[in-house]
Design a protein around this ligand. Structure first.
Ligand SMILES: O=C(O)CCC(=O)C(=O)O
Ligand SMILES: [Fe+2]
Length: 350
């Protein structure tokens, strides 16, 4: 569990932009990351070696979510539009009955879809984790496609560097986790939380109104771009929700369940949630809130094991087990197959 904290630490990554960073500086960074991941499990990263500014990232999100509903539904997951063929990549619409998880999203994997492996049994009928990305009509979204793929690549590279620093912190060689990333299934997700009406209550009997319910992330690391709207909160050891507002120029990083396992429990996957923005809170353009998490994940066939040894877990099986509990990925009954976006499927996407 995370320790007691009242704000998130900041980790400066400027050293990573130097052509040949001195090894003692990399060791310092490795120790710093290890410290924050074993206490808060969450941090702000500043001076990241990314080619995209925040404005550019959120322009991509805005361009996507402003597309016509029909255009977005043309790339919706099959759960939502029965005639589509994509299950794992693509768009998911807001679910009006999911009041604490009111969000729409669009997900892509790496530019080159990982090699497909033969699917067996029940999964053959279900979802293919290595399916290629789907894109709205090229004309409507051509520049966006290229830029999102580049952003995915850059975030994969940065996450890989962080992972090698963590390997060293765990007493392993810096390339210890290299094999994990063969055919990596990392996902870049654009998220849009529409504004809630000004009249809607900011708190309920059970706490504040949320647009993303408390959860831990399931992969290795998450790198999150959040816009200045605020709302992200992180749970400390005393059970207090600590606000993690936007720090200009930063991205947020956090440990996922898998990395907590791999680290033998040294690093913590910390619970987090997002408060809903109501009325004039949220983006100045009235769109509510955008965020862009990048979920850094191993390949489907990667055998994941704690650095202390113990149980071996095949990543693809781990993900499928998780997905079996996400209603978004349950079998679509015949009667609902053509019902489209208002099928009433309960969506659990955090
Ligand atoms: O929107 C955010 O700030 C957080 C989103 C998140 O935690 C997630 O998608 O796992
Ligand atoms: Fe999350």
């Amino acid at each position: 569990m995370a320790t007691t904290f009242s704000s998130l630490p900041i980790v400066d990554l400027s050293i990573l932009s130097e052509p040949s960073p001195p090894s003692h500086s990399l060791q310092d960074l490795s120790r710093k990351l290890s410290d924050v991941f074993s206490t808060t499990g969450f941090a702000y990263l500043t001076n990241t070696p990314l080619g995209f500014s925040h404005n550019q990232v959120f322009a991509l999100a805005s361009d996507f979510f402003r597309l016509d509903r029909a255009e977005k539904l043309s790339v919706a997951k099959r759960t939502f539009v029965g005639g589509n063929t994509n299950d794992y990549r693509g768009y998911f619409p807001t679910q009006p009955d999911q009041l604490d998880n009111l969000k729409e999203g669009f997900e892509i994997g790496s530019v080159q879809a990982p090699r497909q492996r033969a699917l067996v049994g029940r999964h053959q009928q279900q979802f293919n984790l290595t399916e290629p990305n789907v894109w709205p009509d090229e004309y409507a979204f051509s520049a966006g496609k290229e830029q999102l793929e580049t952003l995915h690549q850059e975030l994969q590279l940065l996450s890989t560097t962080l992972l090698s620093l963590l390997a060293v912190a765990l007493g392993k060689s810096q390339d210890y986790f290299a094999s994990y990333l063969t055919d990596s299934l990392s996902t870049l997700r654009l998220l849009h939380y529409p504004p809630q009406p000004a009249t809607s209550q900011t708190t309920t009997a059970t706490g504040p109104k949320l647009c993303c319910t408390p959860h831990t992330d399931s992969g290795l690391l998450t790198l999150l771009h959040q816009d200045p709207s605020g709302g992200l909160e992180v749970l400390n050891a005393e059970g207090q929700w600590v606000a993690a507002p936007y720090v200009p120029g930063s991205i947020v990083v956090n440990i996922g369940d898998l990395m907590a396992h791999v680290s033998g429990g040294r690093f913590v996957a910390t619970m987090h949630r997002v408060r809903a923005s109501t009325g004039s809170c949220g983006r100045a353009d009235g769109m509510g809130r955008f965020s862009v998490p990048f979920f850094f994940e191993p390949g489907e066939e990667c055998v994941v094991r704690s650095v202390d040894g113990g149980e071996r877990v095949v990543y693809g099986e781990y993900v499928r087990r998780k997905m079996d509990t996400w209603v978004e990925y349950q079998d679509v009954p015949e009667s609902r197959a053509d019902a489209g976006a208002h099928s009433g499927v309960v969506l659990e996407v955090c």
